[in-house]
Design a binder for this molecule. Structure first.
Ligand SMILES: Nc1ncnc2c1ncn2[C@@H]1O[C@H](COP(=O)(O)OP(=O)(O)OP(=O)(O)O)[C@@H](O)[C@H]1O
Length: 252
Protein backbone atom coordinates (compact mmCIF):
# COMPACT_ATOMS: atom_id res chain seq x y z
CA UNK A 1 0.00 0.00 0.00
CA UNK A 2 1.40 3.43 -0.91
CA UNK A 3 1.78 6.19 1.66
CA UNK A 4 -1.04 8.08 -0.05
CA UNK A 5 -3.42 5.14 0.17
CA UNK A 6 -2.52 4.72 3.80
CA UNK A 7 -3.34 8.35 4.54
CA UNK A 8 -6.65 8.02 2.75
CA UNK A 9 -7.80 4.89 4.53
CA UNK A 10 -6.50 5.51 8.06
CA UNK A 11 -8.99 6.98 10.53
CA UNK A 12 -8.04 10.57 11.33
CA UNK A 13 -6.17 11.00 14.59
CA UNK A 14 -8.01 13.46 16.81
CA UNK A 15 -6.00 14.50 19.87
CA UNK A 16 -7.96 14.38 23.09
CA UNK A 17 -5.30 14.91 25.73
CA UNK A 18 -1.91 16.46 24.96
CA UNK A 19 0.53 16.63 27.85
CA UNK A 20 3.89 18.35 27.44
CA UNK A 21 6.78 18.85 29.84
CA UNK A 22 4.67 18.20 32.92
CA UNK A 23 6.35 18.72 36.29
CA UNK A 24 4.54 18.18 39.57
CA UNK A 25 5.91 18.57 43.08
CA UNK A 26 4.76 17.70 46.58
CA UNK A 27 6.61 20.43 48.45
CA UNK A 28 10.25 19.75 47.58
CA UNK A 29 9.60 16.24 46.29
CA UNK A 30 9.43 16.14 42.52
CA UNK A 31 6.95 13.46 41.40
CA UNK A 32 6.71 14.19 37.65
CA UNK A 33 9.76 15.10 35.57
CA UNK A 34 8.94 16.47 32.14
CA UNK A 35 6.15 14.08 31.16
CA UNK A 36 4.99 14.10 27.52
CA UNK A 37 1.95 11.98 26.72
CA UNK A 38 -0.86 11.86 24.14
CA UNK A 39 -4.28 10.29 24.25
CA UNK A 40 -6.26 10.35 21.00
CA UNK A 41 -9.99 10.10 20.60
CA UNK A 42 -11.21 6.50 20.72
CA UNK A 43 -8.02 5.09 22.21
CA UNK A 44 -7.32 3.13 25.35
CA UNK A 45 -3.97 4.35 26.61
CA UNK A 46 -2.27 2.93 29.67
CA UNK A 47 0.56 4.01 31.88
CA UNK A 48 2.36 1.31 33.78
CA UNK A 49 5.09 1.49 36.38
CA UNK A 50 6.17 0.36 39.81
CA UNK A 51 4.91 1.69 43.15
CA UNK A 52 5.75 5.33 43.57
CA UNK A 53 6.65 5.90 39.89
CA UNK A 54 4.23 8.83 39.68
CA UNK A 55 1.28 7.29 37.81
CA UNK A 56 -1.41 8.45 40.21
CA UNK A 57 0.21 11.86 40.45
CA UNK A 58 -0.07 12.18 36.67
CA UNK A 59 -3.75 11.28 36.76
CA UNK A 60 -4.42 13.67 39.63
CA UNK A 61 -2.47 16.46 37.94
CA UNK A 62 -4.72 16.06 34.89
CA UNK A 63 -7.62 16.70 37.28
CA UNK A 64 -5.92 19.80 38.70
CA UNK A 65 -4.94 18.55 42.17
CA UNK A 66 -2.01 18.74 42.71
CA UNK A 67 -1.45 21.43 40.13
CA UNK A 68 1.42 21.23 37.64
CA UNK A 69 4.36 23.51 38.36
CA UNK A 70 5.63 23.37 34.76
CA UNK A 71 4.29 22.17 31.44
CA UNK A 72 0.85 22.00 29.87
CA UNK A 73 -2.25 19.82 29.67
CA UNK A 74 -4.50 20.45 26.68
CA UNK A 75 -7.87 18.70 26.61
CA UNK A 76 -9.79 18.79 23.32
CA UNK A 77 -7.99 21.93 22.26
CA UNK A 78 -8.33 23.80 25.56
CA UNK A 79 -5.47 24.43 27.97
CA UNK A 80 -6.76 23.11 31.32
CA UNK A 81 -3.42 23.19 33.18
CA UNK A 82 -4.38 25.95 35.56
CA UNK A 83 -8.12 25.33 35.85
CA UNK A 84 -9.61 24.32 39.20
CA UNK A 85 -10.66 20.67 39.57
CA UNK A 86 -14.40 21.43 39.72
CA UNK A 87 -14.15 23.23 36.37
CA UNK A 88 -12.13 20.42 34.78
CA UNK A 89 -14.76 17.92 35.94
CA UNK A 90 -17.47 19.77 33.98
CA UNK A 91 -15.60 19.07 30.73
CA UNK A 92 -16.72 15.49 30.09
CA UNK A 93 -13.79 14.02 31.98
CA UNK A 94 -14.66 11.47 34.67
CA UNK A 95 -12.25 9.87 37.09
CA UNK A 96 -12.44 6.62 38.97
CA UNK A 97 -9.74 7.20 41.58
CA UNK A 98 -7.38 4.72 43.19
CA UNK A 99 -9.00 3.19 46.25
CA UNK A 100 -12.43 3.74 44.62
CA UNK A 101 -13.69 6.35 47.13
CA UNK A 102 -17.28 5.32 46.94
CA UNK A 103 -19.74 6.60 49.55
CA UNK A 104 -19.92 3.75 52.07
CA UNK A 105 -23.15 4.75 53.80
CA UNK A 106 -25.06 5.42 50.61
CA UNK A 107 -26.74 2.70 48.60
CA UNK A 108 -25.49 1.60 45.20
CA UNK A 109 -28.18 3.63 43.46
CA UNK A 110 -27.44 6.73 45.55
CA UNK A 111 -23.75 6.42 44.71
CA UNK A 112 -24.64 6.28 41.03
CA UNK A 113 -26.89 9.32 41.43
CA UNK A 114 -23.89 11.25 42.78
CA UNK A 115 -22.11 10.63 39.49
CA UNK A 116 -24.99 12.18 37.57
CA UNK A 117 -25.23 15.49 39.43
CA UNK A 118 -23.84 17.52 36.53
CA UNK A 119 -26.12 15.84 33.97
CA UNK A 120 -29.53 16.69 32.63
CA UNK A 121 -32.13 14.73 34.64
CA UNK A 122 -33.74 13.47 31.46
CA UNK A 123 -30.78 11.11 30.88
CA UNK A 124 -30.86 9.63 34.36
CA UNK A 125 -33.10 6.57 33.86
CA UNK A 126 -31.35 5.53 30.65
CA UNK A 127 -27.91 6.03 32.13
CA UNK A 128 -28.78 4.03 35.25
CA UNK A 129 -30.13 1.23 33.08
CA UNK A 130 -26.94 1.26 31.03
CA UNK A 131 -24.72 0.93 34.13
CA UNK A 132 -26.90 -1.90 35.45
CA UNK A 133 -26.63 -3.65 32.08
CA UNK A 134 -22.85 -3.30 32.06
CA UNK A 135 -22.61 -4.48 35.68
CA UNK A 136 -25.57 -6.77 36.50
CA UNK A 137 -24.12 -7.33 39.98
CA UNK A 138 -24.78 -3.70 40.81
CA UNK A 139 -28.40 -4.09 39.78
CA UNK A 140 -28.78 -7.05 42.12
CA UNK A 141 -27.36 -4.92 44.93
CA UNK A 142 -29.02 -1.62 44.05
CA UNK A 143 -30.36 -1.01 47.56
CA UNK A 144 -27.27 -2.25 49.40
CA UNK A 145 -24.91 0.18 51.10
CA UNK A 146 -21.68 0.83 49.20
CA UNK A 147 -19.50 0.02 52.21
CA UNK A 148 -20.84 -3.53 52.38
CA UNK A 149 -19.97 -4.42 48.78
CA UNK A 150 -17.05 -6.67 47.90
CA UNK A 151 -13.88 -5.06 46.54
CA UNK A 152 -14.80 -6.01 42.97
CA UNK A 153 -18.33 -4.66 43.32
CA UNK A 154 -16.97 -1.42 44.77
CA UNK A 155 -14.69 -1.09 41.76
CA UNK A 156 -17.65 -1.66 39.43
CA UNK A 157 -19.57 0.99 41.37
CA UNK A 158 -16.72 3.49 41.08
CA UNK A 159 -16.59 2.95 37.30
CA UNK A 160 -20.39 3.00 37.06
CA UNK A 161 -20.51 6.27 38.97
CA UNK A 162 -17.93 7.78 36.60
CA UNK A 163 -20.00 6.62 33.60
CA UNK A 164 -23.10 8.36 34.99
CA UNK A 165 -21.28 11.61 34.19
CA UNK A 166 -21.40 10.71 30.45
CA UNK A 167 -17.66 11.19 30.02
CA UNK A 168 -15.84 11.45 26.72
CA UNK A 169 -12.61 10.68 28.56
CA UNK A 170 -12.58 8.14 31.38
CA UNK A 171 -9.61 8.19 33.76
CA UNK A 172 -9.14 4.95 35.68
CA UNK A 173 -6.61 4.60 38.47
CA UNK A 174 -5.67 0.97 39.16
CA UNK A 175 -9.06 -0.68 38.70
CA UNK A 176 -7.45 -4.10 39.26
CA UNK A 177 -5.99 -3.25 42.66
CA UNK A 178 -6.56 -6.04 45.16
CA UNK A 179 -9.08 -7.91 43.00
CA UNK A 180 -9.27 -11.59 42.08
CA UNK A 181 -8.11 -12.38 38.49
CA UNK A 182 -11.59 -13.32 37.31
CA UNK A 183 -13.07 -10.00 38.48
CA UNK A 184 -10.19 -8.11 36.87
CA UNK A 185 -10.97 -9.90 33.61
CA UNK A 186 -14.66 -8.96 33.84
CA UNK A 187 -13.94 -5.32 34.57
CA UNK A 188 -11.40 -5.02 31.76
CA UNK A 189 -13.89 -6.68 29.40
CA UNK A 190 -16.44 -3.96 30.21
CA UNK A 191 -13.85 -1.27 29.53
CA UNK A 192 -13.06 -2.89 26.17
CA UNK A 193 -16.76 -3.03 25.28
CA UNK A 194 -17.30 0.63 26.17
CA UNK A 195 -14.38 1.56 23.98
CA UNK A 196 -15.40 -0.63 21.03
CA UNK A 197 -19.12 -0.03 21.08
CA UNK A 198 -19.32 3.58 22.20
CA UNK A 199 -15.90 4.91 21.26
CA UNK A 200 -15.17 5.92 24.85
CA UNK A 201 -11.60 7.16 25.28
CA UNK A 202 -9.84 5.65 28.29
CA UNK A 203 -6.69 6.57 30.15
CA UNK A 204 -5.74 3.75 32.46
CA UNK A 205 -3.17 3.77 35.24
CA UNK A 206 -2.14 0.23 36.16
CA UNK A 207 0.39 -1.84 38.02
CA UNK A 208 -1.05 -4.95 36.42
CA UNK A 209 0.98 -4.54 33.24
CA UNK A 210 -0.14 -7.79 31.67
CA UNK A 211 -3.85 -6.96 31.62
CA UNK A 212 -3.31 -3.27 30.95
CA UNK A 213 -1.05 -3.78 27.92
CA UNK A 214 -3.32 -6.43 26.46
CA UNK A 215 -6.27 -4.08 26.72
CA UNK A 216 -4.62 -0.84 25.60
CA UNK A 217 -3.94 0.36 22.08
CA UNK A 218 -0.87 2.19 23.34
CA UNK A 219 1.11 2.27 26.54
CA UNK A 220 3.71 4.30 28.40
CA UNK A 221 6.18 3.08 31.00
CA UNK A 222 6.93 5.44 33.86
CA UNK A 223 10.00 5.22 36.07
CA UNK A 224 10.73 7.78 38.76
CA UNK A 225 8.42 10.43 37.33
CA UNK A 226 9.74 10.05 33.75
CA UNK A 227 8.35 8.28 30.70
CA UNK A 228 11.02 5.77 29.69
CA UNK A 229 9.26 3.78 26.96
CA UNK A 230 6.23 3.99 24.74
CA UNK A 231 4.66 1.83 22.05
CA UNK A 232 1.58 -0.17 21.21
CA UNK A 233 0.34 -2.49 23.95
CA UNK A 234 1.59 -5.45 21.93
CA UNK A 235 5.05 -3.94 21.34
CA UNK A 236 5.54 -3.20 25.02
CA UNK A 237 4.35 -6.66 26.06
CA UNK A 238 6.98 -8.17 23.77
CA UNK A 239 9.88 -6.07 25.07
CA UNK A 240 12.28 -8.01 27.28
CA UNK A 241 12.82 -4.98 29.60
CA UNK A 242 9.07 -4.73 30.18
CA UNK A 243 8.66 -8.45 30.68
CA UNK A 244 11.51 -8.57 33.14
CA UNK A 245 10.50 -5.53 35.17
CA UNK A 246 6.72 -5.77 35.16
CA UNK A 247 5.61 -9.24 34.11
CA UNK A 248 7.92 -11.99 35.25
CA UNK A 249 6.97 -13.29 38.64
CA UNK A 250 4.15 -10.75 38.80
CA UNK A 251 0.60 -11.79 39.57
CA UNK A 252 -1.47 -11.82 36.41
N1 LIG B 1 0.61 13.75 49.06
C1 LIG B 1 1.90 13.48 48.87
N2 LIG B 1 2.86 14.12 49.56
C2 LIG B 1 4.18 13.86 49.34
N3 LIG B 1 4.64 12.97 48.45
C3 LIG B 1 3.73 12.29 47.73
C4 LIG B 1 2.31 12.49 47.90
N4 LIG B 1 1.67 11.67 47.04
C5 LIG B 1 2.62 10.99 46.38
N5 LIG B 1 3.85 11.36 46.80
C6 LIG B 1 5.14 10.84 46.27
O1 LIG B 1 5.18 11.06 44.87
C7 LIG B 1 5.76 9.93 44.21
C8 LIG B 1 4.78 9.38 43.18
O2 LIG B 1 3.66 8.78 43.84
P1 LIG B 1 2.39 8.22 43.07
O3 LIG B 1 1.36 7.86 44.08
O4 LIG B 1 2.00 9.15 42.00
O5 LIG B 1 2.99 6.90 42.41
P2 LIG B 1 2.25 5.70 41.70
O6 LIG B 1 3.06 5.36 40.52
O7 LIG B 1 0.82 6.01 41.49
O8 LIG B 1 2.39 4.55 42.80
P3 LIG B 1 1.33 3.41 43.24
O9 LIG B 1 1.28 2.45 42.12
O10 LIG B 1 2.00 2.85 44.47
O11 LIG B 1 0.02 4.09 43.52
C9 LIG B 1 6.13 8.94 45.30
O12 LIG B 1 7.48 9.11 45.61
C10 LIG B 1 5.25 9.34 46.48
O13 LIG B 1 5.85 9.03 47.71
Amino acid sequence: MSALEQTETAAPVVPMLTIRGLETFYGKIQALRGVDLDVNQGEIVTIIGANGAGKSTLMMTICGNPRAREGSIVYRGEDITQLPTHTIMTKDIAQSPEGRRIFGRMTVTENLQMGATLQDEKHYDDDLKRVFTLFPRLKERAGQRGGTLSGGEQQMLAIGRALMGRPKLLLLDEPSLGLAPLIVKQIFEVIRELNRNEGLTVFLVEQNAFHALRLAHRGYVMVNGRITMTGTGRELLARPEVRQAYLEGGAH
